[in-house]
Design a protein around this ligand. Structure first.
Ligand SMILES: NC(=O)c1ccc[n+]([C@@H]2O[C@H](COP(=O)([O-])OP(=O)(O)OC[C@H]3O[C@@H](n4cnc5c(N)ncnc54)[C@H](OP(=O)(O)O)[C@@H]3O)[C@@H](O)[C@H]2O)c1
Length: 430
C-alpha cells in the first residue's frame, strides 16, 4: 500500500493517494470517516457569507481565492439547481483548484473517475473465499464502495487487515447465498446494485430463488464465479457432468432472471490454490497423489478476482460491448504437471518434497477426506486421468484466448504459479 498526503497550499483540503487512486476528501467523506473511526464527527458552522445566501453549513469558509470562487459557483449552482450535491461541489472545487492552484490534470481525472466509481455499490458474497476476497479488494482499488456479505460476519477477510478494512470503508453484512430472505435484506439495507456470487452447492432450485431475490431487491448486474467445465450450449449439459451441470444451472437461472447482458459468467480452469489440497502432506515432506503427470494451467485466484472486479466495474455495458459476450474463459499462463508444481512449490518454500503416485481409488479417497463432495471428487479424478492421457486442454484456440483474457481484463500479465506460491508462502507453510 502506498499512501501519501498532500496538503494543498491555500486550501484546508487533503489529497490522499491510496493504492494509486487519489481520493480528494470532501466534507462528507471527512465526516463519514470520523464516524467510521468512532470519533466525534466534525461539526461545521455556516460562515456569515454562506448563511446570508441561505447556503447550508460548510467547513470551507476560509477566505481565499480558490474558495471564494468555489463559493460563488456553489451559490449560483445552489440557486439554479435548488441545492448542491457532493458531486456538484466536488466538480466545482476541481475547476477552481485547477485555475488558482494548479494540480496535474491526471490527478483531477483520477479524482473524477474515483468519484464516479464511489457511486457504484458492489455486494460481494463470500469475501472470505480466495476469489471473493480478491474481487472485493480489486473492486475497492478501482474506487467502488464494497459490501462484504458473509455467512459469519466475524470472520477475517484474506488479504485485508481490520485497519485496511476500516480505511477502505468496507461494510459488513450477514447473508447466505442459500437463503433468499437474507439476500433481500442485505441488498435492501445497503442499496448495492452489483453483486459477485459463488455457486452455493446443494440448493433445491440451483439458486433460482436467491437470484430472484437479488434482482427484486435492486441488483442490476451480477458476476458469477463459474467454471471452465461449462462449455457449449448450457441446456445440453447433462447432470452426470456434475461440475459443469451445477454451474450451468446457475448460469441458466441468471440468464432467465437478469437476461444475457445482466450478468457475466467467469469460467476459470484449474486454480493455483488447488495446491493447498496437499498442505498437510507438504508439511510432512511427502505428497501422495493420483496422476502426478496430469498438466494444468494453475490460474491464480488473485487474477480471477481482478477480472471479476473489472467486470463488476464495467457492468452490463461491458458485457454488451465484449466479443466474449457474457462468458469469460480464463486460463493461467503456463502448463505444469502436478508433480512439477509440487517441485516449484518445494523450491520456493525451501523444502525437499517427495511425490508418491497413488492409484485412482486412493486418490479419490484422499479428495473425499479433504472434504470435497464425492461427485466432485469423482469427476476430479476423471479429469486428472484425462489430462494425464490426453493433455486435451492446451494448444486449443480456446486455451490461447483464455490466457489472453487475463491480460485483456486485468491490464497486466497473468501471475505464474511460482509467483502465486511466493505470494502465499505463509498460508502454504503455516
Ligand atoms: N478449484 C478450481 O480449480 C476451480 C475451477 C473452476 C471454478 N471453480 C469455482 O470456484 C469455487 C471455489 O472458489 P474459491 O477457491 O475462491 O473458494 P473458497 O476459497 O473455498 O471460498 C468459498 C467462499 O464461498 C462462500 N460461501 C460458500 N457457500 C456460501 C453460501 N451459501 N452463502 C454465502 N457464501 C458462501 C464461503 O464463505 P464461508 O466463509 O461462509 O464458508 C467462502 O467465502 C468452486 O466452488 C467453483 O465454483 C474452482
Amino acid at each position: 500500500m502506498f499512501y501519501a498526503s498532500i496538503s494543498k497550499r491555500s486550501t484546508a483540503k487533503k489529497m490522499v493517494i491510496c493504492d494509486t487512486n487519489p481520493i480528494i476528501h470532501d466534507d462528507e467523506e471527512t465526516t463519514e470517516r470520523s464516524d467510521m473511526l468512532g470519533s466525534s464527527p466534525v461539526t461545521s458552522k455556516p460562515c456569515a457569507l454562506h448563511a446570508s445566501h441561505g447556503v447550508p453549513a460548510s467547513k470551507d469558509c476560509l477566505p481565499n481565492r480558490t474558495q471564494g470562487l468555489t463559493f460563488k459557483l456553489e451559490v449560483i449552482a445552489y440557486r439554479l439547481l435548488g441545492g448542491t450535491s457532493p458531486k456538484v461541489k466536488f466538480l466545482l472545487r476541481c475547476i477552481t483548484t485547477s485555475i488558482f492552484d494548479p494540480i496535474p490534470p491526471w490527478i483531477i481525472i483520477y479524482s473524477i473517475t474515483n468519484d464516479i466509481m464511489a457511486s457504484i455499490k458492489i455486494i460481494v458474497f463470500g469475501p472470505t473465499g480466495k476469489v471473493g476476497s480478491a474481487t472485493a479488494r480489486y473492486a475497492r482499488q478501482q474506487g467502488a464502495k464494497i459490501i462484504l456479505a458473509m455467512r459469519d460476519p466475524q470472520k477475517p477477510i484474506p488479504g485485508l487487515t481490520p485497519e485496511q478494512e476500516l480505511e477502505g470503508g468496507y461494510e459488513r453484512i450477514q447473508a447466505d447465498l442459500a437463503n433468499p430472505d437474507s439476500i433481500s435484506a442485505a441488498v435492501n439495507a445497503t442499496g448495492a446494485t452489483r453483486a459477485f456470487i459463488y455457486v452455493a452447492f446443494g440448493t433445491a432450485d440451483h439458486m433460482k430463488s436467491s437470484i430472484t431475490a437479488l434482482k427484486s431487491a435492486g441488483v442490476e448486474f451480477v458476476v458469477l464465479l463459474s467454471s471452465w467445465a461449462v462449455q457449449g450450449d448450457l441446456r445440453s449439459i447433462q447432470p452426470n457432468e456434475f461440475v459443469a451441470w451445477t454451474h450451468a444451472q446457475v448460469e441458466i437461472g441468471l440468464e432467465e432472471v437478469f437476461g444475457v447482458n445482466g450478468f457475466a459468467a467467469v469460467r476459470p480452469a484449474f486454480f493455483a490454490s488447488n495446491a493447498l489440497w496437499y498442505k498437510r502432506m507438504i508439511s510432512e515432506g511427502e505428497v501422495k497423489m493420483a496422476y502426478p503427470n496430469a498438466e494444468f494451467d494453475w490460474i491464480s485466484p488473485e487474477d480471477i478476482g481482478g477480472i471479476c472486479a473489472t467486470l463488476l466495474a464495467r457492468g452490463s455495458q461491458g458485457v454488451e460491448s465484449s466479443s466474449d459476450g457474457n462468458a469469460v474463459f480464463l486460463c493461467g499462463p503456463e502448463k505444469l504437471s502436478q508433480r512439477d508444481a509440487i517441485g516449484v512449490l518445494g523450491r520456493v518454500i525451501g523444502k525437499d518434497l517427495k511425490v508418491t503416485e497413488l492409484d485412482a481409488q486412493a486418490g479419490l479417497e484422499t479428495f473425499v477426506k479433504l472434504g470435497l463432495p464425492e461427485p466432485v471428487a469423482k469427476e476430479l479424478i476423471g479429469t486428472l486421468a484425462k489430462r494425464d492421457k490426453e493433455g486435451t486442454m492446451f494448444g486449443s484456440p480456446m486455451y490461447e484466448r483464455a490466457v489472453g483474457n487475463v491480460e485483456e481484463y486485468m491490464g497486466q500479465k497473468p501471475m505464474r504459479f511460482e509467483e502465486w506460491v511466493e505470494l502465499n508462502k505463509p498460508a502454504i507453510d503455516a
